[in-house]
Each structure stands twice: as C-alpha cells, then as structure tokens.
Design a protein around this ligand. Structure first.
Ligand code: F6P
Length: 544
C-alpha cells in the first residue's frame, strides 16, 4: 500500500496548508485547554506534546492515518507470532521476553517455557556472582564482569546499567567492551585481575567481527595469565542464539544462555543479552524493568490511538518528518543517568526504520526515519543549542527528564528541571524584535541597539515534546524503552517498511573482510578503488 496515496494522507496535507502560518505562540493563545488535550500520562510518565505544531484536528487526522494504514492488523500479527519480519522469515516476539504467563503467543507456538527457564537460569547465575559464591579457576570469587558485545548486544544493557547505577551492586565492577579499537579493551584489561574476572560474550550470531576478536583477545589474556586453557570454563559465559558456536569457542554448555531468532538484536536487552545488567542491578530490579515494559505493551495493545502513548509519539514524528519536512530529531535527556540513551535510540530507530524500500520491495513514496541524534541536554545548551535557537533549521526535540533525582544534591535537581523547561519554552515561543527592543532600551545608545537587535531575536516555533518521568527506577525505564520500541513499530507500519531487518549494515561488513588481508599484502590492494588503495598504502607505511 502506498500510504501517500491514501485519503487520510491527503487530508493531512490539506490540513497542513491551513496550519503552516500558525506560530506556536498563536496555537497557545488560540486554545487555553491545549495542554490538557495535547498531553498524556501513564504509569509514572507524563508526555507533553503541546509544543508540537499541531492542534486537535491534526491529531485526529493522524489517528485516521494509523487506522487507514491498518496498524491494528500488523500489531495483532506481531503479538500473535506471525512472521512479520518477512525478509528474514522470522516472528517478532521481544514482547514475550517481558511476560511471565504461558502460553504466549499461542498454545501452538508457546515460547514462554524457554523464556522463563532462561530467565531463571540467568537469575541463579547472577545471584551466585552477586553473593560471591561464583568462583574463578583459582578459587577466588568473581569481582568483575566484562560484557563483550556490540550494537544491540551492548547498547541496551550499557545504557541501563549507567541509568541504574544508584542501585548497582556496590562491590562488583561491570564493564562493557564493544569497539574493535584496542584502546577500549587494553586499558581495561590492565585494571583487571584474571583470577576474579568473568567475560560475557554477547552476540546473537556469534560471528560479529568486533565481538569475536575482542573475545579472542580476552581469552588469550586470561589463558596467558592463568597458565591453563581450562580456566576458560570458569571465566567465560555466552549470550547467544547460536549455542553451538559458543561451545566451539570453548565456553561450557551450562554457561551458554540462549536467545532466539525472534528477538531482534536491538530489542534484545530483555533477553539473556541483559545478563550483565541483571548481575549489576540484581534479578529483582531486572524483573521490575520487565514489568514496566510489559505494562507499556498492554497500554499499547489496548488503548485507543488518541490516548496511546507510543502511537501518538509515532504520529507526531510522522507529522514532523513527512508533513513539516524535518530531517532530524534531537533527543535531549536532562538527566546524567540517561547519558547513553541517545546512542541506544540511534540504533533502535535508525537501524529499524532507516530504509527507503518498503516491505513489498518497492521504493517508499515518502521519507522514513529522520536522523536521530542527541546529547545530555544541559551540556548541549552550552554547545549546540545555539543552532536549535537561531540556526533557522527545523529540528524537533524530545526533552526527557526525571522529576526525582537519585543523587539529590541541594538545589541541583530544581535547577536542572528549570533549565529543561526553559529550553523547550524558549525554543517554542522565541523572542520577538519588540520584546528584545524593550529589554535593551535604556541600556545602550539607540544606534547600537538597532544594530544589536537582529542578534537578540529568536524566531521560536521549534517543536518539541517533553517526557517527564516520576523517577528513574527500573519500572519506569522499562516502560520508557518499550514506549520507544512501539513508536518505532508504529512508524514502520505506517511507512510500510520492515522495521526488523537490517540489510543495510551488511555491505560494509563484507567489504571490511575483503580489505583486511590487503593491509598486510600489497598485491591484494590492486583490486580496490584508487581511494582505498591510497588509504592502504599510507596505513602500511605507518603500521610498518
Ligand atoms: O551489524 C548490525 C548488527 O547485526 C546489529 O543488528 C546487532 O545488534 C549487532 O550487529 C550485533 O550483532 P550480534 O549480536 O549478532 O553480535
């Protein structure tokens, strides 16, 4: 289906023409009840989208678009375990990972027994490490855990581990290594004691170059230091959908924790891939995370679209991208603990929906995912916010903050929240020339004032939403992540693409494998383009 040819798409286009001269100041002046009608709250999350360039009619028209795109059908196909990831011939059932009741998705295709069994094994394993009962090869307790993985096998657990560090085990060190660059692994190894270190090799495929090379180096380091290859059995575990490959690597079968091909990498933090996180925060907190996500799943499945958080969030993104022409979306957490959230979202959104071919193999008739970028908001204010305020580009923003702090220094949290609220207000409402003039009057000569004036004007009308969380606890974070997961799903459904494959990352991997031998072997470089040959020649010179 070409969604751009639908009646609801055309109705939104016509409506946009009528709205485009309206400034956010005007929207607020026109409708005193605007915040009540353009905000939602659910389970400790308050979502204020009143500073988007929409009115109630826009929302109603967007909801009609979701209905016309048959979002309900795709949703029930996902929840019933149909193979909606057609290009990989897979079901999409990460929602099963936060459930606890069998059968799901159906009696014929019940995945819950293995999900629950794996969760119980993970909890037992995590408890043994947390209590100091898990001993290394020399009999000393494990004190450090290193998760070796990349992409979905790194970003989710690392992001949450940092977000929840206030409740982390006080005596265990949990570390994350993803980069091929030895500058990440080598300095970490220098700080670790091989007798007390456990490596978790997290890789759904157990073939990813970065992860396998880092795991190999870690194994060599361990064996060299402990003087016995048998030590690997006490210091390595694997989190993978390919257990046989992990066993071949030398990991004991009982230290291999499975996931399944119906769990996409970027949706896998709820699975065995979350083991490092579970070790850090404990099985109970991990269960709370799952419970928060499960509640968001239920909200998504059962709430009418106009009050449905993921659906509304997705529709606003579609409005900004496809009708207002935004090409990026800034994610701005006003919370140090959400430092890694923008990177996590980059994979979730751009690997899922950064596509220009639909599920039917035809080119999409409209733009798909905008560029997701972002940084801690308070730091960003003193760096790139200038462009948001006066750069003249349309950059919709997601402000995210938690009301209660886990680190309550006097005055800090209030100041942080004030800055968060101030930025979205300043971006929305700006400052007119008249307002700037009246502020400057009397502070300088008239000619100086007039020449300074253009620099003091803020156009405003920059759209944003604010997600306020009551606090950053595991349940709320679980709900927040599930909210964005479903947002991605809804947008993919409306754009008509498959959000669950990622063929676009394959070409670079294949080219890297063919270039690798040419670094050491000059004649092999000849088959590459002139630029690559030049890069290889320079590298060879300096590597030597
Ligand atoms: O190359 C992309 C990708 O396949 C991601 O989708 C995935 O999260 C990441 O690599 C890591 O994959 P794996 O868990 O199989 O090592």
């Amino acid at each position: 289906m070409n969604i751009t040819a639908s009646a609801s798409w055309k109705a939104i286009e016509a409506h946009r023409l009528s709205l485009s001269p309206v400034h956010l100041r005007q929207f607020f002046a026109n409708d005193p009840g605007r915040v009540a009608s353009l905000s939602l709250s659910y389970d400790g999350i308050y979502y204020d989208f009143s500073k988007q360039r929409i009115d109630s009619t826009t929302l109603a028209l967007l909801v009609a678009l979701a209905h016309e795109a048959r979002l309900d059908e795709l949703t029930s196909r996902m929840f019933s375990g149909e193979k909606i990831n057609a290009s990989e011939d897979r079901s999409v059932l990460h929602v099963a990972l936060r459930r606890s009741i069998s059968p799901f998705p159906s009696t014929d295709l019940d995945v819950m027994p293995e999900v629950i069994a794996t969760r119980q094994r993970m909890a037992a394993f995590a408890d043994r490490i947390r209590s100091g009962q898990a001993l290394g090869f020399t009999g000393m307790p494990i004190r450090h855990v290193v998760n070796i993985g990349i992409g979905g096998s790194d970003l989710g657990p690392k992001m949450l581990d940092y977000a929840l560090r206030s409740i982390s085990h006080p005596a265990l060190g949990v570390h994350y290594v993803s980069n091929l660059d030895g500058a990440q692994l080598a300095p970490l190894l220098q700080t670790l004691d091989p007798r007390t270190t456990l490596f978790l090799v997290a890789s759904k495929t157990f073939t990813t170059q970065e992860t396998m090379l880092n795991a190999q180096t870690a194994r060599d380091w361990l064996v060299a230091n402990l003087g016995d290859a048998a030590a690997v059995s006490r210091h390595f575990a694997a989190l993978t959908a390919k257990p046989e490959r992990a066993v071949k690597f030398g990991i004991m079968a009982d230290a291999v924790f499975p996931l399944w091909d119906w769990v996409g990498g970027r949706f896998s933090l709820w699975s065995a891939v979350g083991l490092a996180l579970m070790i850090a925060i404990g099985p109970h907190a991990f269960a709370d995370l799952l419970a928060g996500a499960e509640r968001m799943d239920e909200h998504f499945r059962s709430t009418p679209y106009e009050r449905n958080l993921p659906v509304v969030m997705a529709l606003i993104g579609i409005w900004n991208t496809n009708f207002l022409g935004a090409t990026s979306n800034a994610v701005l957490p006003y919370n140090e603990s959400l430092k890694y959230f923008p990177s996590f979202l980059q994979q979730l959104e751009m690997e899922s929906n950064g596509k220009s071919v639909g599920s039917d193999g035809q080119p999409l008739a409209c733009a798909s995912n905008p560029i997701v970028w972002g940084e801690l908001g308070n730091n960003g204010q003193h760096a790139f916010f200038q462009l948001l305020h006066q750069g003249g580009r349309l950059v919709p923003c997601d402000f995210i903050a938690a009301v209660r702090s886990d680190y309550p220094l006097p005055g800090h949290q209030e100041a942080l929240l004030a800055n968060c609220f101030a930025q979205s207000a300043a971006l929305a409402f700006g400052k007119t020339a008249e307002e700037a003039r009246s502020e400057l009057q009397g502070t300088m000569p008239a000619t100086a004032l007039e020449s300074l004036l253009p620099h003091k004007v803020f156009a405003g009308n920059q759209p944003s939403s604010t997600l306020l969380l009551s606090r950053l606890d595991p349940q709320t974070l679980g709900a927040l992540i599930a909210l964005y997961e479903h947002k991605v799903f809804v947008q993919g459904a409306i754009w008509g693409l498959n959000s669950f494959d990622q063929w676009g990352v394959e070409l670079g991997k294949a080219v890297a494998s063919s270039i690798l031998p040419a670094i050491a072997n000059p004649p092999l470089a000849e088959k590459f383009d002139a630029s690559t040959q030049g890069l290889l020649a320079f590298s060879r010179q300096h590597l030597a």
